[in-house]
Write a protein that binds this ligand. Sequence first.
Ligand code: ADP
Length: 448
Amino acid sequence: MFQRILVANRGEIALRVIRACRDLGIEVVAVFSEADRGAPYLELADQAICIGPANSAESYLKIPRIMSAAEVGNVQAIHPGFGFLSENAHFAEVCRACKIEFIGPSEDAMRRLGNKNEARKLAVKAGVPVVPGSEGLITSESQALGVAHDMGYPVLVKAAAGGGGRGMRVARDDASLKTGLVAAQQEAEAAFKDGSVYIEKYIERPRHIEIQLLGDKHGNFVHLFERDCSLQRRHQKLVEESAATNLPAEVRQRICDAAVRLAKEAGYYNAGTCEFLLDKDNNFYFIEVNARIQVEHPVTELVTGVDLIRQQILIAAGEKLPFKQKDLHHRGHAIECRINAEDPANNFRATPGLITRWQAPGGLGVRLDTHACQGYRVPPNYDSMVAKLLVHQPTRLEAIACMKRALREFVIEGIKTTIPIHLDIMSHPAFISGNVDTTFIERTWSRP
Ligand code: ADP
């Protein structure tokens, strides 16, 4: 087992990993940029090392700086968290070349799944349904038009290297396809240094259902059921829950089986998530694998009782999964609301700044994952998420009631947050009846 682990991340997920290490009796080294200097969560690590300026390209994304910190900190493993270097196969390779275990899948599996177009091919091979789309990458406008005409509009132009909802454009006719193609390519080139795109049929008003997976290095594999992440804004998740509402047991089983099949085909181990879209007739289509831990992983922890970060660490250390599929049970209903430093009344403009008052909610079945507190200054340089508020209750309606209560208890002053829109969502009849899809937020709260 590892004696000392480095967390190559910041904020809430860094703290989450620090806690898992503490629970396992493992020492932990945190890293921080100048913008995060003095952040309270850093005090909970055994050592905290500055890795550069606020700009993440020069700190949290700078592999030589992270490796130097690993050397100075004398660690045996690195947990990448999510975002930043978590899905960077080259980083995983560098870690292992330096005899430091990367807590995640093999670099081969990451490469096979990291490119969405390659992952699609693998899914087809594993007999997993994919969204109908172009055979491969799109290299010209005329090819794009040909594919769109064959499939019929609407279509979605998607960056092969995409993530975080970037590099995606819906096209409903030739004109919007031509502009969308260029826009998606440019956005992907800027964000991922890879402008390659492909085209998928745009599924109208789908639900987003994803399956949590865990596999060890000995070929044992389980799924930990689904999360419904249909509540999104600009393809970014706002609310996640498990179980998915109105999902027939037989469809759920088939989705879980498909996810496991695909991961096995990819030679996957450690934690990962297989994402699907579900159309209104309950047909499901694979969209991508996230080869890392996800923001919304605590939803699954609540309904299964499995500590996913702990399992990630144990798997990386070469241990066998301590349970089999039949040992895993889904209990009750969990919901997560992402509390972001954004102003929903002002088109979700980011609202970094000083938190002057912070009163956290609590009580039975309430979990708050956050690195923020009173007096904490949310830096303007990174993701705007300041907290994940979760509830776990026997039924969905009880979970919604509990979430409303917890959201009302939660006082954050000094910065605007997404708490008000979460309260609106929890009170909306469509949400309460489970009648929502990925376009619900924009249809319901878009400004005229
Ligand atoms: P990213 O990696 O940027 O998160 P995903 O491929 O996971 O991108 O897609 C994110 C979201 O975009 C999905 O949850 C869904 O809302 C939407 N989306 C993706 N593909 C399609 C599609 N073919 N049809 C309709 N919506 C889609």
